[in-house]
Every structure is written in C-alpha cells, then in structure tokens.
Design a protein around this ligand. Structure first.
Ligand code: NAD
Length: 257
C-alpha cells in the first residue's frame, strides 16, 4: 500500500490506538499530523521519531478535542487532510443517576462532537483533492452496551450513526467514511487499571485480564494496535473504495454473541 503524497490527521495520537494508527499510516508512506491537548517536548519528539523512522513528514499540533473551534483549527493548521482518523476518546464509569454532568459533557464532546467538527472541516479539503478517507475509531461499545458507561456508549453508538451519514453524503465523491470497532486493546489506559483491579478483586493480574477485562472477549486475547493500524491502512487502499458507511469489528468475537 502506498499512501505517499497523502496527509493523515489523527486526533488523540500521543498514545495507544491513535499512535499505532499514525505509525501504520506513516509506514504506508502517509505524512502524518499527530494531536493531543498537551504541548510537551515529548509530543513533538514523537512526531520527529515517526518522521525519521518512515521518511515522511510528521508534525504535532496541539488542539483540545473537547472544543469545537480547536477541532476545526486542527484541520485548518494541518493544511491538507486526505485521511482523517477521529480517535481521541476518554472514559468515565458510574451509574447514570450518579454520572457527573461534566463527565457526560466531556465524553460527548471528545468522543462524538469532535468528529462532527473535524469531518465538517476536512470534507472540503478532501473534495478539492478528489479523494478522501474518514476513519472513526468507535468501539464494540458502539454496537453493545455495558452498565455504568452511559456517556461512552451513547457517544460510540452516535459515531456509528455519523459514519453512516457521512458515507451517504460522500458516496459519489471518491471519499469513504467508516468506523473501526475494537474490543479491548492493551493501551496505557487499560494497563493502568490492572494492578488496582487485582487488589480490588483479590486476584492475580493474569486473572484480572482473563476474568474481568476480557470477560466479554471470547478470544481471551487483546486486540493489538498493529492489527487496528492494518485495518486503517486497508480502509485507505483502493481495495476498500466501495467500503463506506459501515464498520469493521476487531473484537475477538465479542459482538457475535
Ligand atoms: P489512550 O488514552 O491511550 O489514548 C487517547 C488519546 O486521546 C491520547 O493521545 C490522549 O492524549 C488523547 N486525548 C484525550 N483527551 C483529548 C482531548 N481533549 N483532546 C485531544 N486529545 C485528547 O486511549 P486508547 O485506548 O488508545 O483510545 C483511543 C480510542 O480508541 C478512543 O476513542 C477509545 O474510546 C477507543 N477504544 C479503545 C479501546 C481500548 O480497549 N483501549 C477499545 C475500543 C475503543
């Protein structure tokens, strides 16, 4: 797959899935724009590492995906956006009657509304280029619910609806819009929860992984960021030109049940 000459903007890409997809797209030759809400030396260093490793242009642009105007500015500052990966996301777990309103608002803003703003800003650039790919990182939780994750599940179900709509609106324009629905991925976010959960349940860390975290994932294996990057690269290929307005699951069988 040769994505040279294409520019990919990946929101929330200083760690985990976003970083993995950025690396995969850069390996396929795309220039990449990394993003998060911080402005640390290590954020810019990540971009330099990717540029050096893959011989592409890589930049880091600070923009807070909870703010619509900053989402749109990210696309404007990127200059080009042939591939848009809406990946930034956060989580909060609480029963709905105790769910803090500010957490609800932040999750809906970062996990759902940011994709509205970035997509709205990126489509005119894709139309001018005559080619485009929108890839929304949803979740198995876009297709199935779990208790105590009302905001996350609402946002992830919502982004699947937006994906279908953008797919229809761009169907005749050489632009596709699709979602990837991962099951559990061992990102720093998930890793950090294991020691505390082990203490809470009086289990070993291995037992926590199998019986608590991967309880819903029939394969009992984590999805890897490299596997998700492979799906993103496929969605950017000409082989996927007629794949639009849909989602690809990588969840070890979770949503088969
Ligand atoms: P992560 O915490 O490792 O990465 C999240 C990224 O988003 C980080 O770079 C973080 O800095 C950035 N971010 C957070 N708030 C932001 C903001 N306001 N503005 C800009 N950037 C912001 O998490 P991850 O596990 O890699 O998750 C990435 C995406 O994948 C999320 O949308 C998440 O819902 C989804 N997902 C994760 C899993 C999993 O098991 N890890 C499963 C399914 C879906």
């Amino acid at each position: 797959m040769d994505l040279s000459g294409k520019t990919a903007v990946i929101t929330g890409s200083t760690s985990g899935i976003g970083l993995g997809i950025a690396q995969g797209l850069a390996e396929a030759g795309a220039d990449v724009v990394l993003n998060s809400f911080t402005d640390r030396d290590e954020d810019h260093a990540l971009a330099e590492e990717i540029a050096k490793a893959h011989g592409v242009t890589a930049r880091y642009i600070k923009a807070d995906m909870s703010k619509g105007a900053e989402c749109r500015l990210l696309i404007e500052q990127s200059g080009a956006c042939d591939i848009l990966v809406n990946n930034a996301g956060i989580q909060h777990v609480a029963p709905i009657d105790k769910f803090p309103t500010e957490k609800w608002d932040a999750i809906i803003a970062i996990n759902l509304s940011s994709a509205f703003h970035t997509t709205a800003a990126a489509l005119p650039l894709m139309r001018t280029a005559g080619w485009g790919r929108v890839i929304n990182v949803a979740s198995a939780h876009g297709l199935r619910a779990s208790p105590y994750k009302s905001a996350y599940i609402s946002a992830k179900h919502g982004i699947l609806g937006m994906t279908k709509t953008v797919g229809l609106e761009t169907a005749r324009e050489n632009i596709t819009a699709n979602a990837i629905c991962p099951g559990y991925v061992l990102t720093p976010l998930v890793e950090a929860q294991i020691p505390d959960t082990a203490k809470e349940y009086d289990m070993s860390e291995d037992e926590v992984i199998e019986k608590v975290i991967l309880e819903k994932q029939p394969s009992k294996e984590f999805v890897t960021v490299e596997q998700l990057a492979g799906i993103a690269v496929f969605l950017c290929s000409e082989m996927a030109a007629q794949v639009t307005g849909t989602s690809i699951s990588a969840d070890g069988g979770w949503t088969s049940a």
